[in-house]
Design a protein. Structure first.
Length: 586
């Protein structure tokens, strides 16, 4: 089951136009370690001597290069033929992600740049394009080992260490071209209101709006049946529209909600008219669902939700952070669901939009987490803030995302327990995120040393269920900072206190089989029986602790030197999946 306008491999499946060109594939490529390329005008006369398979980075085998050493600057080059059918259109060049600083030239003319490794970005290249003959597209991406750069699990030293892996440099998600009219819909922010059974659309329209008779028509369908159709006159770039969704097409209750058990999605079509001629047409979807917190419980659609999450770092052995295919994304989600998990904590990575699409379609809950910086200074604060808000805006419409996680384990704010500046930084990100999204819970610092946070999350990798239950039995001592709950850290930063938040164990487990290839948490087990006994014990300890309302097990797959996954890097189960499911569902 898919949405009405699903297109396989379409890079942005929640905002679909049919006129697009996939630019993935073979590009010319070169390293620029001495940073000579701009001075030598490689955008005029390309200096690279290799080829690469976009969107895989040179560090991966899938790219065709597979060299893991760091290179501070890389260049891409390809030709692009465009026909007269694009006459009168605007051409938008999209990058779903490139790490870290991306500069673009078209036909030797500088177009612009973007800073950030995890968010999507675009350039209007219409003024630089020729519709007669060949066009030349040149891209430079600069990367560094700077720890003020939001990098997540990417190492910032020469070798892998602890839980940090090979860096990602350059284009690592799809590149594509889209044709739009001179007046077009740039974005639509969609906010469902379950309690009033309505949805709010906030439109941003680009182009010359001085012309008269510009309107947007919104057609909402559910399972092929029309629910509502509205029309809104466009008189300024930003407009908002509230639509009552109560309708017979929703079924006997006249409303239809999204949940993991029933991931119902409404299809929506936005048609922009100018003088009653179609100027733009965009296909999207939304889910009617509500996340809220009441009396120490997290509610989904006003019903208590027990979260059975698994940590997912989104790495593959041949392609690292880049999904090798859309089929690989679907396989991961199906494996997670088959093991009885109802959600994922997407750890230290902003995931491909197609992953979120399939979570929406299949009903897998998502905690969306920002890639961390690892130093604290003014530069890190500015970089993190700008890039986090790009991510929140781009992912806002996905019903599967139910929690924002900007910080993890005090990474980038290592002195937050006492440092008032670092505390205020996390507070500011909390409030800034709330200003854009007042509906989803936000975790200020996942794992420990929370400041302002909607959920209290704890990390504890103790080995046995007996020891875990002993640690968790005195809730008041934990939440009141009377003791370090895991032998290392306190639940709250100094000066902050518990105010009834739901409590979730958001990292635990990390069990590994005996191997010289890498590490897990605690002792490595030598038998399936010992692994499952330990796995069952720690899960039972959490489930028997009545104030805990969910958990997140570490982790779904092995990642490079970290071998504590339930699956290998190649997605082969280490244990019978039906037993994992039985333990989760018990």
């Amino acid at each position: 089951m898919t949405t009405e306008m699903y297109i396989k491999d379409y890079p942005r499946p929640q905002f679909v136009r049919t006129a697009w060109v996939n630019l993935n594939g073979v590009w010319s490529f070169g390293f620029d370690d001495d940073n000579r390329g701009e001075g030598e005008r490689w955008y005029d006369n390309f200096g690279g001597d290799m080829t690469i398979q976009v969107p895989f980075t040179y560090e991966t085998k899938a790219s065709g290069i597979g060299r893991e050493e760091h290179h501070p600057a890389v260049w891409y080059h390809r030709e692009l033929d465009l026909s007269k059918e694009y006459e009168g259109k605007r051409l938008i060049l999209h990058f779903q992600a490139a790490d870290y600083l991306t500069k673009v030239w078209v036909n030797s003319q500088y177009v612009g740049c973007h800073e950030g490794g995890y968010s999507a970005f675009s350039f209007d290249i219409t003024p630089y394009i020729s519709l007669d003959g060949c066009n030349v597209l040149t891209v430079k991406v600069e990367d560094s080992m700077d720890a003020t750069q939001p990098r997540g699990k990417q190492r910032w030293v020469e070798r892998n260490f602890e839980c940090f892996y090979v860096q990602t440099t350059g284009i690592w998600q799809s590149v594509w071209l889209e044709a739009v009219s001179p007046v077009y819909i740039d974005s639509v922010k969609m906010t469902p209101d379950l309690d009033t059974r309505s949805i709010r659309f906030e439109f941003q329209v680009n182009g010359d709006l001085a012309a008269q008779n510009i309107r947007v028509e919104t057609i909402i369908k559910l399972k092929g049946q029309q629910v509502k159709k509205t029309s809104l006159l466009i008189d300024r770039p930003w407009l908002q529209l509230d639509v009552d969704l109560v309708h017979e097409a929703n079924g006997p209750w006249k409303s239809c909600y999204w949940s993991p058990a029933h991931p119902n999605l409404y299809d929506v079509e936005f048609i922009l008219y100018q003088d009653e001629e179609v100027a733009d047409r965009v296909y999207s979807y939304f889910g009617m669902r509500k996340i809220s917190i009441e009396k120490g419980q997290i509610l989904l659609n006003n019903i208590p939700l027990y979260q059975r999450l698994v940590l997912d770092q989104g790495y593959w052995p041949e392609s690292h952070l880049t999904p090798p295919s859309e089929e690989a994304i679907i396989e991961d989600i199906d494996l997670i669901l088959s093991m009885g998990y109802n959600g994922v904590r997407k750890h230290m990575k902003v995931e491909d939009a197609r992953f979120l699409y399939w979570c929406d379609v299949k009903g897998l809950l998502v905690w969306s987490e920002m890639a961390a910086v690892f130093e604290f200074n003014d530069k890190a604060v500015q970089r993190f803030t700008n890039q986090w808000m790009e991510v929140v805006r781009q992912q806002y419409n996905h019903p599967s995302i139910i929690t924002w996680v900007p910080f993890n384990e005090s990474w980038g704010v290592m002195n937050i327990f006492k440092d008032k500046k670092q505390q205020k930084f996390t507070e500011s990100i909390y409030h800034l995120t709330k200003a854009f999204d007042s509906n989803r819970p936000i975790i200020s610092n996942d794992g420990w040393e929370h400041t302002i946070s909607d959920i209290l999350t704890l990390h504890d990798y103790v080995e046995t269920g007996e020891e875990l239950m002993k640690r968790l039995q005195n809730k008041e001592a934990i939440v009141d900072n009377e003791k370090s709950f895991n032998g290392l850290k306190y639940a709250f930063a100094d000066g902050y206190s518990y105010s009834g938040q739901p409590v979730i164990i958001s990292e635990f487990g990390g069990i590994a089989f005996q191997s010289e290839a890498g590490w897990g948490y605690g002792k490595q087990e030598t038998s399936e029986e010992a692994f499952l006994s330990r796995f069952r014990g720690i899960h039972e300890a959490i489930k028997k602790t009545d104030y805990i309302v969910g958990y997140c097990y570490t982790q779904i797959t092995d990642v490079q030197q970290e071998i504590n996954g339930l699956l290998t890097e190649n997605r082969k189960p280490k244990l019978p999946l039906d037993i994992i499911r039985e333990i989760n569902m018990a």
